[in-house]
Design a binder for this molecule. Structure first.
Ligand SMILES: *[C@@H]1O[C@H](CO)[C@@H](O)[C@H](O)[C@H]1NC(C)=O
Ligand SMILES: *[C@@H]1O[C@H](CO)[C@@H](O)[C@H](O)[C@H]1NC(C)=O
Ligand SMILES: *[C@@H]1O[C@H](CO)[C@@H](O)[C@H](O)[C@H]1NC(C)=O
Ligand SMILES: *[C@@H]1O[C@H](CO)[C@@H](O)[C@H](O)[C@H]1NC(C)=O
Ligand SMILES: *[C@@H]1O[C@H](CO)[C@@H](O)[C@H](O)[C@H]1NC(C)=O
Ligand SMILES: *[C@@H]1O[C@H](CO)[C@@H](O)[C@H](O)[C@H]1NC(C)=O
Ligand SMILES: [Cu+2]
Length: 540
């Protein structure tokens, strides 16, 4: 049901449908918690994006990985200790010599035999295999492994890039070779366009499957729907960075929620998927969407997980996410922030191929300190622009009374409100708990409960407070903007998850932090129907 807020009045509630909450709320209980372990690589199945009937893409979905001869190696720091430290530079600032070296490394990688684990397509298939359901979680009845939507997202991709970088370096005989990072968050010094090194069509760094409307000088847009002139886009980008990286300062909100053996993320119709963190659900998916080719059914290559890392720009994109995790951890005002210390996080294990084409076993714990892994990032002066961004509100005072008069409904926590189908935008009045109950270490958090999406095409849900007339192209530069949940397409699959955003900082800036109720608006981009079970504001 699509409803245009603009035409039906400033505070119109939007289209929604409350379905009787008769459905039984099902949890898949995991009796003994345990970390995600290593799959049996001999039990591989075709990855499951294949329901796009008639799409030529279906033939590309066997991403089962080769099993090299010899024993699996345990990762050790010792082995890598004497190599040069690898400094990852911003893609828009490296020399032509460096670009030539980079091209050469990818040329050699692309030319390796197909059954070589270091071959470019096999490297890309590692992502497909662990993100599109080729392998099962050990100790379960066939629940698939999924390296997105949880606390494993950042660390798994860090290890993925770590070995990819070592392979490239080894192919050109340069152990100090480092990936570049795509500095799309830089809104001042030229990082926020597609980096020139990936553009020439005669290079190993080129990929034809990109959005041709987003070539330079088009500015990167850190949410999928963004309008305005360049300076407005820059302010929106800065606030998106501020909201995702600065105010979401606890591990669950930034890194993502717990993912343990027995949890099914891959195609969940019941609420047992953890949540992705702000950086994953927000900019990470937004930039996959922005780069992917709208001429392709699933916005390949970057726009869907099974093909994303067939574009060399993928590794530069993820390198910036990795940099921002490190920045979040060590470089924010207010002192260092904490990763998880839960053993089910620290002891999760993954397989990767090393530069000798052998299978290596790594764990989360060993990957948390990039110094120990032998690489690093330079300071980026333009980070200060988003760290110190101070979004101004566009509203004055609470709009709850006016919204109520216009018929905006009260929405409570599940199960009281059942299933709500969001139209193009949905607004509800939500109770805000009394602040005195808040402990100093706690964050005030909006929980979008039981958000359910089928993944036939890209979907985005943009959240605002105190802005009941917002829609998916409303500017994200003001203090009313809370955050965005983006989801790349994966046909045949669904996801049901709670989405959380820190909102205490927003409420203070609007000066409605003591109000007993606030108006929450969820604006939807995309053609898929999006359902939620309830809205809740709490401290955690
Ligand atoms: C590659 O780019 C050049 C311009 O730099 C253009 O003339 C040529 O048609 C392009 N080739 C392909 C295959 O796109
Ligand atoms: C690739 O094309 C560019 C122009 O777009 C040209 O300057 C360069 O020499 C070409 N390189 C090769 C290896 O053909
Ligand atoms: C961009 O738009 C804003 C708001 O409409 C306006 O104030 C500003 O002057 C515009 N800037 C440019 C460079 O056009
Ligand atoms: C549930 O939603 C309805 C609107 O359909 C609203 O009137 C009611 O107050 C809500 N109840 C709770 C407990 O949120
Ligand atoms: C979306 O909201 C903006 C204000 O945030 C308004 O200017 C615009 O007209 C709205 N668009 C639609 C389609 O309602
Ligand atoms: C996902 O789950 C739905 C509902 O249980 C099912 O119909 C569909 O076949 C599943 N898709 C895949 C790819 O397993
Ligand atoms: Cu990924």
């Amino acid at each position: 049901m699509m409803v245009d807020h603009g035409s039906s009045g400033r505070f119109a509630p939007g289209g929604f449908l409350v379905v009787v909450a008769a459905a039984i709320y099902m949890f898949t209980c995991v009796s003994t918690a345990s970390p995600i372990g290593l799959p049996n690589l001999r039990e591989c199945q075709l990855a499951t994006d294949s329901s796009v009937i008639g799409s030529p893409f279906t033939t590309r979905l066997n991403c089962c990985l080769p099993i090299p001869p010899g024993d699996v190696i345990d990762f050790s720091f010792q082995k890598y200790k004497n190599h040069n430290r690898r400094l990852r530079m911003p893609a828009h600032k490296i020399s032509s010599d460096y670009i030539a070296k980079y091209r050469r490394a990818y040329e050699i990688m692309r030319a390796l035999p197909q059954d070589d684990p270091r071959n470019f397509i096999t490297q890309a298939n590692v992502h497909c295999a662990f993100c599109n359901g080729a392998y099962k979680q050990p100790g379960t009845d066939g629940i698939l492994i999924q390296m997105h939507f949880s606390w494993l997202f950042l660390i798994w991709h860090r290890w993925y890039l770590y070995f990819h970088e070592r392979i490239l370096g080894s192919l050109i005989g340069d152990p100090s070779f480092a990936l570049v990072f795509w500095n799309w968050d830089d809104q001042r010094d030229g990082g926020n366009i597609m980096p020139a090194m990936f553009l020439p069509n005669n290079s190993s760094l080129y990929d034809a499957n990109r959005n041709q409307a987003n070539l330079p000088p088009t500015l990167a847009k850190l949410t999928p729907v963004m309008t305005g002139n360049d300076s407005e886009i820059i302010n929106q980008n800065l606030n998106i960075m501020y909201q995702e990286v600065v105010t979401n300062d606890v591990a669950e909100l930034f890194i993502g929620g717990p993912y343990r053996t027995g949890v099914d993320i891959s195609n969940s119709t019941v609420l047992n998927a953890p949540l992705g963190g702000s950086i994953e659900n927000g900019i990470h998916n937004a930039m996959h969407y922005w780069t992917g080719d709208p001429r392709q059914p699933l916005l390949q290559d970057m726009g869907t997980f099974s093909s994303a890392s067939r574009d060399p720009i993928f590794y530069a994109h993820h390198s910036n996410l990795d940099r921002l995790w490190d920045k979040w951890r060590h470089g924010m005002p207010g002192g260092p922030r904490k990763d998880y210390s839960d053993p089910d996080f620290l002891n999760a294990e993954f397989y990767f191929y090393d530069e000798n084409a052998r299978l290596v076993k790594v764990n989360v714990r060993d990957g948390l300190d990039i110094e120990k892994l032998g690489y690093g990032y330079p300071d980026v002066a333009a980070d200060e622009l988003w760290i110190n961004y101070s979004p101004l509100p566009v509203t004055t005072g609470s709009v709850v009374a006016a919204a109520r008069a216009m018929g905006v409904p009260e929405i409570g926590a599940f199960p009281l409100n059942g299933t709500i189908v969001l139209g193009s935008a949905f607004s509800g009045i939500v109770k805000a708990p009394y602040r005195k109950s808040k402990a100093s270490h706690q964050r005030e958090v909006l929980v979008i409960e039981g958000l359910h999406v089928s993944r036939e095409s890209f979907v985005s849900v943009v959240a605002f407070v105190n802005l009941p007339y917002a829609n998916s192209s409303t500017a994200t530069s003001s203090a009313e903007y809370v955050g965005t949940f983006n989801l790349v397409a994966s046909p045949g699959k669904t996801i049901t998850t709670n989405v959380k955003f820190e909102i205490g900082d927003n409420l203070k800036r609007i000066d409605i932090q003591d109000e007993p109720e606030v108006v929450i608006t969820l604006a939807v981009k995309g053609t898929q129907s999006v359902r939620i079970k309830g809205l809740l504001i709490k401290y955690q």
